[in-house]
Design a protein around this ligand. Structure first.
Ligand SMILES: Cc1cc2nc3c(=O)[nH]c(=O)nc-3n(C[C@H](O)[C@H](O)[C@H](O)COP(=O)(O)OP(=O)(O)OC[C@H]3O[C@@H](n4cnc5c(N)ncnc54)[C@H](O)[C@@H]3O)c2cc1C
Length: 427
């Protein structure tokens, strides 16, 4: 079998670790078997290994092959739907309990980077940019909401002050989150893999799990091996590809696309993003961008429902980039790629258990960098018998996408078209 490779991205080209781990062969036993080596899987694995558990991670392709190795690399707190929505739908107690965890994922990332000396170009500071006055007002509400849940590092930016952070006149203002930030996502996930291995953990790559057997001890099978474990954690998110249909019926893979320019001069970098912060705008179909460690602009946006590969990513994303930064008109694009995140109907993560010992966490709905790290901690605690925080997530309803798989694409694409129109009209 030829070794699988990463999608051809800027991240893959600048990865710190290009070694491939062995394929799963023969019979292996462990306390916990994690399926999927992305942020969810590795955060779970590290937290368990730090507590002395024998953990193996089985990855279909390469470490960070999925969204974790392809994303915008932005530390964005809270969930795709915020605490006001959660409180309104599920009550104050649930809103407060989710609020108490909403800023933890970023702390977990920073703790792992520090404790394991992970080289991933981590920088502080993220900006939510408002495209109109309605969005700016909503950001004021977000600031008040987050502050009411204990977050203190926020500052409103006016139409003129945001230009000290983002070199465009496109925005009506914004919200600076000093505890947001950005990093090279593939190098973070590879560093997490190395951290896990330093704790005695074992990772198998190129080993798609084809079957999960329930039982007092669960057993997972790949083409040439199997793992028997007290617990299994399913962390395949949008890349699960039919392994557990009842999980896949609850959510829909969506593609989002990213481009990377050639390295920019220091003067250009200072012009575009003088404080080297990351930025996402407040549209439903949002643009997100930042500088890489070697001074390229990484610009993402666009959503293709149903995870289709867009034939021409550049023609989709370059116009968005030029709308924000027309001065990049003659700049070369060196990389373009797509990746899948997992959308749920309520845009809230889905945590749960199949039988007594097969756990899962999925469906962060585009806001998964911090939530996936939090999920790993929460699942690890639950497996160790501290399930209070897991129970909060697991109590949120998990609806199927209406109409089954065949109807999911048109249904939500219509929704996206509506939101796109709303964004354009500023309503
Ligand atoms: C282009 C893009 C940009 C994004 N930008 C941001 C951002 O800036 N900020 C943010 O907060 N979120 C962002 N997200 C979302 C975020 O990246 C994801 O929510 C998060 O990485 C999900 O992590 P995960 O570990 O759950 O899933 P993944 O990283 O997708 O990992 C799942 C892994 O499971 C493996 N797997 C699946 N099935 C099997 C099987 N049967 N056997 C073995 N292994 C299996 C896959 O190969 C894969 O490696 C973005 C997503 C994309 C695609």
């Amino acid at each position: 079998m030829t070794a699988p490779s990463h999608t051809s991205s800027y991240y893959a080209a600048s990865a710190n670790d290009k070694n491939i781990r062995p394929e799963l062969t023969g019979e292996v036993t462990a306390d916990v078997c994690v399926i999927g080596a992305g942020f969810t899987g590795l955060s779970t694995a590290i937290h368990l290994a730090e507590s002395g558990f024998k953990v193996v991670v089985v990855e279909a392709s390469r470490i960070g092959f999925g969204a974790s190795g392809r994303n915008g690399g932005q530390i964005v707190h809270s969930y795709s739907r915020d605490m006001d929505f959660i409180t309104k739908h599920y009550g104050k107690q649930t809103g407060d309990e989710m609020g108490a965890m909403a800023f933890e994922g970023g702390k977990i990332i920073r703790r792992l980077v520090k404790d394991y000396n992970i080289q991933c170009d981590l920088k502080d500071g993220g900006i939510f940019a408002a495209c109109n006055s309605k969005q700016l007002k909503e950001l004021e509400g977000k600031k008040a909401l987050w502050e009411s849940h204990g977050h203190t590092e926020l500052e409103m930016l006016t139409e003129s002050s945001i230009q000290q952070y983002v070199g465009t006149d496109r925005y009506s203002g914004g919200l600076l989150d000093k505890s947001g930030g950005h990093f090279h996502p593939l190098n973070l996930v590879l560093g997490e893999a190395a951290a896990f291995e330093s704790l005695g953990g074992v990772i198998y790559e190129a080993s798609p799990v084809t079957r999960v057997e329930e039982g007092a001890k669960a057993k997972i099978h790949s083409a040439r091996g199997c793992v028997t474990a007290d617990y299994v954690v399913v962390a395949g998110n949008a890349y699960l590809n039919g392994l557990i249909p009842k999980l896949e019926q609850k959510a829909m893979p969506c593609g989002t696309q990213v481009i990377t320019t050639e390295p920019l001069s220091e003067q250009q970098q200072k012009e575009l993003l003088p404080q080297d912060n990351c930025v996402e705008d407040c549209n439903y179909l949002l643009d997100y961008f930042r500088l890489s460690g070697d001074g390229r602009l990484i610009y993402g946006g666009g959503v293709t429902y149903g995870a289709r590969e867009p034939s021409k990513i550049e023609s989709l994303i370059v116009p968005k980039m030029l709308k924000t930064f027309p001065q990049l008109k003659n700049t070369r694009i060196d990389y373009a790629w797509t990746g899948n995140f997992l959308l749920t109907l309520m845009r809230l993560p889905q945590f749960g258990r199949i039988g007594t010992n097969i756990y899962y966490a999925q469906g962060y709905s585009g806001h998964g960098v911090t939530s996936s790290h939090l999920a790993g901690r929460v699942l690890s605690d639950a497996i160790q018998g501290q399930a209070e925080r897991y129970d909060v997530f697991a109590s949120l309803p998990q609806y199927p996408f209406p109409g089954g798989r065949a109807f999911r694409v048109p249904y939500t694409a219509i929704g996206a078209a509506y939101y796109n129109l709303r964004d354009k009209l500023g309503i």
